[in-house]
Design a protein around this ligand. Structure first.
Ligand code: ADP
Length: 592
């Protein structure tokens, strides 16, 4: 287990950019489904706004032509003002509704992602870098927001305006329309071609941001070690290199986006020049009126904005899809409890509380950790595991908790294979205190209530007293609301373990799995830890990975683990008499 919490060494390749198949625009739909009413409203409002905007040039034409002909124009002017006001006000409302929807999409996605991350199989989490996963929740979801605000609906609304403008243009003059379509069509096709490069590039850019975040998380998680190794400069440079890679990847995206702008610009300018040239000539020959030409040019102006908007929308959808690939990759991973039964099995009468039958286990990377372990932990017994580091002791505890499943053999709790227990019900019966990181950032209260959610302050004070920790709740005026720091750094090593043990007093599990800290503690802390373990284990069944003579001395049974096997069992006195390895181990390794 210790292995799993080690940060990846520098230069470790980030998780591959994507293992999911590349996804298309349709993948966005599930994210938008819940917001369908708002999106439909936005499209409707966009249509009204577009109609008002489209009416403007026509009303202007009527206004100018009416003015030249000396007709009454007050009504036309009023309509013109109304059209301008309606389209402007609606645009504001649309912007707000879109931002709200985008926020909602980001929110939903974050909530789903976080929930999935907390339920991923442990092996999956071991294999990935936490920082990269964090970056998916933070940075990648943000890109989805642009897909909604300057993306899909803009594209839809833009298309409506474009179609409307084209229809009106057709009514005005087909020759000018043809010129417009050719000029813009060429540009749009070129843009479409270039923008297909955006999705994979954006995915790479997001992966680079993930790698950088993972780099930061790696050093901040071991900041004391980094400082004492005087490695700040080297580590900072390594992260700067990751940041640089993110910058380079961002530049590649920017280059494609930059290529899109002039392409669109040339197309639009070309359309203007063609229309003005051909239109001017047509006015001169009297084929169309000046009012018609002006109306056509205004329609062209009207076309430009949604056209540019649609192109921008298309590019932001493509970059958004890059981020979505990374999000979908996580969401596609299984919930560890996906295949669990929901039926809590009835315990088998007279079965030992915990039993391992010929358990084999190979880690995902091929490391063989257990090679046929048999072990019986009777109800109420205290069983200690001792053995050299890397022997497989922590892995054994992990199999009982079902962080991993056995490769072969079986682990039985109350006579039932752990694979036939719903994980929640199984873990409710087991208390597990890991060696490191058994304390989470937050307050003392948060840590105590981790498993049970609530308990009175009196009860919390009582259990702190039981593990001899009253001091940590009284030394700060904040009492139980005092912060413990990231992974409990504001507490001493001994205090951390005792706080984690205190938590178990609230849960009151049948079976307690304890990975004793290897660090040697001063005599006071040692005695306090001893009493805390005794208090928590009292009346329960205890399986402890022991590093202390005092722990093994009063164990009912000690299993000596070496190289993935139990090579001897017995009491301390028996093993001292019978096992060479144990004797050697007891004198050389057990700390006190
Ligand atoms: P112990 O607790 O006795 O020190 P562990 O159970 O931690 O031993 O480790 C047993 C073996 O499994 C070791 O060889 C260790 O390197 C390996 N190991 C532990 N955790 C992992 C993991 N998450 N992935 C791959 N190998 C692991």
């Amino acid at each position: 287990m210790a292995q799993s919490t080690l940060p990846a060494p520098p230069g470790t390749a980030p998780a591959p950019a994507s293992e999911a198949p590349s996804i298309g625009v349709r993948a966005l739909w599930p994210y938008l489904r819940r917001h369908r009413p708002t999106l439909l409203l936005v499209v409707a409002l966009s249509l009204v706004s577009a109609a008002a905007a489209l009416a403007t040039p026509l009303l202007t034409q009527r206004f100018i032509d009416g003015l030249s002909a000396g007709e009454a124009i007050a009504g036309t002017l009023a309509l013109l003002v109304a059209a301008v006001l309606v389209s402007s006000l609606l645009d504001g409302l649309i912007t707000y509704l879109l931002s709200r929807t985008a926020g909602g999409v980001v929110l939903d996605t974050r909530v789903r992602l976080v929930d999935r991350l907390l339920r991923l199989p442990v092996a999956e989490l071991d294999r990935r870098r936490a920082g990269d996963l964090i970056s998916r929740v933070g940075a990648d979801t943000t890109l989805l927001s642009a897909v909604v605000t300057s993306g899909l609906v803009q594209l839809a609304a833009g298309l409506v305006v474009i179609v409307g403008a084209v229809v009106l243009m057709a009514r005005l003059d087909l020759v000018l329309l043809l010129l417009t379509l050719v000029a813009t069509g060429v540009g749009v096709a070129a843009v479409g071609l270039v923008s297909t490069r955006l999705r994979p590039l954006s995915e790479q850019a997001q992966a680079a941001v993930g790698a950088m975040t993972a780099g930061v998380e790696r050093v901040l998680g071991a900041v004391r070690t980094v400082r004492s190794a005087r490695a700040e400069q080297r580590e900072s440079e390594a992260i700067a290199a990751e940041a640089h890679a993110a910058y380079e990847a961002g530049l590649r995206v920017a280059r494609v986006q930059a290529a899109i702008e002039p392409l669109a610009g040339v197309a639009i300018q070309g359309a203007f020049l063609a229309v003005l040239g051909a239109g001017g000539a047509s006015v001169a020959t009297g084929r169309i009126t000046l009012g018609e030409l002006i109306a056509f040019v205004l329609l062209l102006f009207l076309l430009v904005q949604p056209l540019a908007g649609a192109i921008l929308a298309w590019t932001s959808i493509q970059t958004g899809l890059g981020a979505l690939t990374r999000i979908e990759e996580v969401l596609a991973l299984p919930d560890e409890a996906a295949g669990d039964t929901t039926v809590v099995p009835a315990p088998v009468a007279d079965a030992p509380l915990l039993e391992l039958r010929d358990v084999h286990f190979t880690h995902a990377d091929g490391t063989v950790a257990l090679r046929g372990v048999d072990l019986v932990v009777p109800r109420g017994a205290k069983v200690a595991l001792v053995g050299p580091s890397g022997a497989g002791k922590s892995t054994l505890l992990a199999l009982v908790e079902r962080f991993h499943d056995v490769t072969d053999g079986a682990v039985l709790v109350a006579g039932v294979d752990v694979r036939d227990w719903p994980r929640h019900a199984l873990r409710a019966r087991i208390g597990y205190v890991e060696q490191e990181a058994a304390v989470l950032a937050g307050t003392l209260r948060d840590n105590l209530l981790l498993a049970v959610g609530q308990a009175s302050d009196e009860r919390l004070a009582e259990i702190l007293a039981t593990v001899n920790l009253t001091g940590i709740a009284t030394r700060s005026p904040l009492g139980l609301d005092a912060q413990v720091g990231d992974e409990g750094v504001l507490l001493s090593g001994g205090e951390r373990q005792r706080l984690a043990l205190a938590r178990m007093l609230l849960v009151a599990p049948d079976l307690l799995l304890l990975d004793e800290p290897t660090a040697s503690l001063d005599a006071l802390n040692e005695a306090a830890l001893r009493r805390a373990i005794d208090a928590v284990a009292h009346g329960r069944t205890l399986l402890v990975v022991a590093h202390r003579l005092s722990t093994v001395a009063d164990a009912d049974c000690i299993a000596v683990v070496e190289d993935g096997r139990v090579i001897a069992t017995g009491t301390h006195a028996e093993l001292v008499a019978t096992s060479d390895l144990y004797r050697r181990f007891a004198t050389e390794q057990l700390l006190t």
